[in-house]
Design a protein around this ligand. Structure first.
Ligand SMILES: CC(=O)N[C@H]1[C@@H](OP(=O)(O)OP(=O)(O)OC[C@H]2O[C@@H](n3ccc(=O)[nH]c3=O)[C@H](O)[C@@H]2O)O[C@H](CO)[C@@H](O)[C@@H]1O[C@H](C)C(=O)N[C@@H](C)C(=O)N[C@H](CCC(=O)O)C(=O)O
Ligand SMILES: Nc1ncnc2c1ncn2[C@@H]1O[C@H](COP(=O)(O)OP(=O)(O)OP(=O)(O)O)[C@@H](O)[C@H]1O
Ligand SMILES: N[C@H](CCC[C@H](N)C(=O)O)C(=O)O
Length: 495
């Protein structure tokens, strides 16, 4: 990771080397292949290999300091003894790296909030950013869809590793961004990628199955998510919690134990209480209350869960110090989040095609259920599961589609290194009677062809993605584009 910052002594990064060495550091890297002359190389324990295996390569490239743990120091003991590089050995090098990166880059927008939960993080972060911008702030959201808003920048991860994260926050601040809403993934929290970010508030959307391949148990997955509330400023930080989720009370207890004020959000309960929704073809009318004061307004968004996400976003913006009345006035201006219940195409017979990022069993069920009241006719769902991810969620995703849609088409998502037919077979296991069409473009064409007047097609799983990963190759693929091509082809129009 290159850096244009002036060199700083190791001690300025809060690091103490064995023997008291304090070399000038010219940059930070977590991957040996990115090390340059004078860099600090963080040799982290990995899921595949210990980064210490790459210490010789990092030294070869000119690393002047190595940060690692005891195991790492042991792995590279001989070469470290022979080298002049400073050696920093700590218990948790990921956490230490995060704090060092915060000091190295030395800046962030004045107000930063974060949101965690299995589903809804991107939507909430985008709504928070949209509200801030409506209120006149220079704001960004950062996560799965990259950094968006007043300043934009692509990101490879929902929660980037700390060097990328702190560099992005510092550069955004230098570009005049005053407000940032970040997504905190469970991987990011577990790997301490956000440590060192000063968080004014944190939000929790919901907790359902995902990522058991990484966390192994629900408890470990929940503990990772709960870790966000241990990172919010104690005493002055505010927690915004969806109390309808069965784990909401537990999350609230974690925040309260840290002395954080809690803004509760829920359907028919909480400080921000969703009282009712009336759906139509283009959005919904929402009734809610804030500390028992009732409000009614229009949301140009599809899906009841987006109304819940909007209220959680309001809680985070209010937690960041904004006047609630002014916050609520912005809501009719909110626009669809890319690839989340996005109207992608319409057929000449009045039927519609939606694209959604549902890639967990709960999200597939929520997305289809949420579309139902907006639609008069049948609901057709296209579903598939990604390769190299939690295999136990596949039949559950098929089942969620089977139980909630009128017709289910099982297709490929991102097969990655796996045989797509094997993934489809697992999804089909939960969706008896489904139609199987491996090729995703053909599945979309088939789904759009089935649409009668008043029907809707929902294409789940890939949302905003613009590629399909097959093996090591990323082939261009965009569900929204394919939906409009399919509708145009079937209706004899030019897309
Ligand atoms: C599973 C996981 O999260 N892995 C992360 C972890 O890598 P790892 O432990 O698997 O690394 P490893 O391959 O064992 O290698 C160990 C160390 O050696 C280093 N290395 C490796 C090779 C080399 O030549 N030189 C070198 O220095 C690696 O940089 C690494 O630090 O630590 C690395 C450095 O911090 C991360 O880049 C890497 O994220 C990988 C790329 C990843 O894809 N993560 C995904 C699963 C992820 O984090 N996803 C969440 C979103 C989830 C969601 O909510 O949907 C996200 O926030 O994006
Ligand atoms: N509050 C919610 N409750 C249930 N499902 C939701 C909720 N919000 C979003 N979803 C579903 O989850 C999908 C992903 O939404 P979103 O991208 O906002 O979540 P996310 O947590 O950021 O996911 P990821 O980190 O994997 O990108 C949506 O397309 C929708 O199907
Ligand atoms: N952040 C999620 C996104 C999944 C998106 C879906 N299209 C898939 O490829 O499984 C993951 O990496 O598990």
């Amino acid at each position: 990771m290159s850096s244009s910052r002036p060199d700083q002594p190791l001690s300025q990064l809060g690091l103490t080397a064995r023997g008291g060495a304090d070399p000038q550091i010219s940059g930070l890297a977590v991957d040996s292949r990115e090390v340059r002359q004078g860099y600090l190389f963080a040799a982290l324990p990995g899921s595949q290999v210990h980064g210490a295996k790459f210490i010789p390569a990092a030294l070869e490239l000119g690393a002047s300091a190595i940060l690692t743990d005891t195991a790492g120091a042991g792995i590279a003991a001989r070469i470290l003894d022979e080298s002049h590089a400073a050696l920093v050995v700590v218990e948790d090098p990921r956490q230490t790296l995060a704090y060092a990166a915060a000091l190295w880059f030395g800046g962030q927008p004045q107000t930063v909030v974060a949101v965690t939960g299995t589903n809804g993080k991107t939507s909430v972060a985008s709504f928070v950013r949209q509200i801030w911008m409506e209120l006149g702030h220079q704001a960004v959201n950062m996560g799965t869809t990259g950094i968006e808003g007043a300043w934009s920048y692509p990101l490879a991860h929902t929660t980037p590793e700390p060097i990328t994260l702190h560099r992005a926050l510092a550069e955004a601040a230098a570009a005049g961004v005053t407000h940032a809403a970040m997504e905190a993934s469970s991987h990011g929290l577990d790997q301490r990628r956000l440590d060192g970010v000063q968080l004014a508030a944190a939000g929790f959307t919901n907790f359902t199955q995902d990522h058991l391949d990484y966390h192994e148990t629900f408890d470990a997955y929940f503990a990772a998510k709960a870790g966000l509330f241990r990172r919010v400023l104690p005493e002055e930080g505010i927690a915004v919690i969806n109390m309808n989720d069965p784990r909401g009370s537990e999350m609230r207890a974690v925040a309260a134990a840290r002395g954080q004020e809690v803004i509760s959000v829920g359907r028919g309960l909480g400080d921000l209480s969703l009282m009712g929704l009336r759906y139509d073809g283009t959005g919904q009318d929402m009734r809610f209350s804030w500390h028992d004061e009732p409000y009614q307004l229009r949301l140009n968004l599809i899906g009841g869960f987006q109304a819940e996400n909007v209220l959680l976003a309001c809680g985070l913006v209010i937690a960041g110090g904004e006047d609630p009345e002014r916050v609520f006035e912005t809501l009719p201006h909110l626009t669809t989040v890319r690839g989340r219940m996005q109207l992608a195409a319409e057929r000449d017979n009045g039927s519609a095609v939606f694209v959604d990022y549902a890639h967990t069993p709960d999200a597939v069920a929520s997305a289809i259920k949420a579309l139902r009241p907006h639609v008069l006719g049948r609901l057709i769902a296209i579903v598939g599961a990604g390769g190299d991810r939690d295999i136990t969620k596949r039949p559950l995703m098929g089942q969620a589609a089977h139980e909630n849609a009128d017709v289910v088409i099982v297709t490929d998502d991102n097969p990655r290194s796996e045989d797509p037919a094997v993934i489809r077979a697992a999804v089909k296991g939960g969706a008896p009677g489904c139609i199987e069409v491996g090729d995703r473009a053909e599945a979309i064409l088939r789904g759009a062809d089935l649409l009668g007047p008043g029907d809707a097609l929902i294409i789940c799983g890939k949302g905003h993605e613009t590629g399909q990963t097959v093996g090591d190759t990323v082939l261009p693929f965009d569900d929204v584009e394919q939906a409009s091509i399919a509708a145009a082809a079937l209706d004899g129009r030019i897309a």
